[in-house]
Design a protein. Sequence first.
Length: 71
Amino acid sequence: KGVEFVEAMQELGIIVDCSHLNDAGTEQLGDILDVPFIASHSNAREVRAHTRNLPDNLIRLIANKGGIIGL
């Protein structure tokens, strides 16, 4: 049902925020969406090692999709 919900958000033009997803969920979001998505409040895990912060591969994923990361 989560995938269907995300697809519906995309169809409605709602911007999806991955800030409270784990790494696997953010990767899956990148696979599902054909549009940019955001991490409204995060940081680089390389700067501060915390599970809520984004590893470099997810920062690149969001950037490559045209998304935004709010620090």
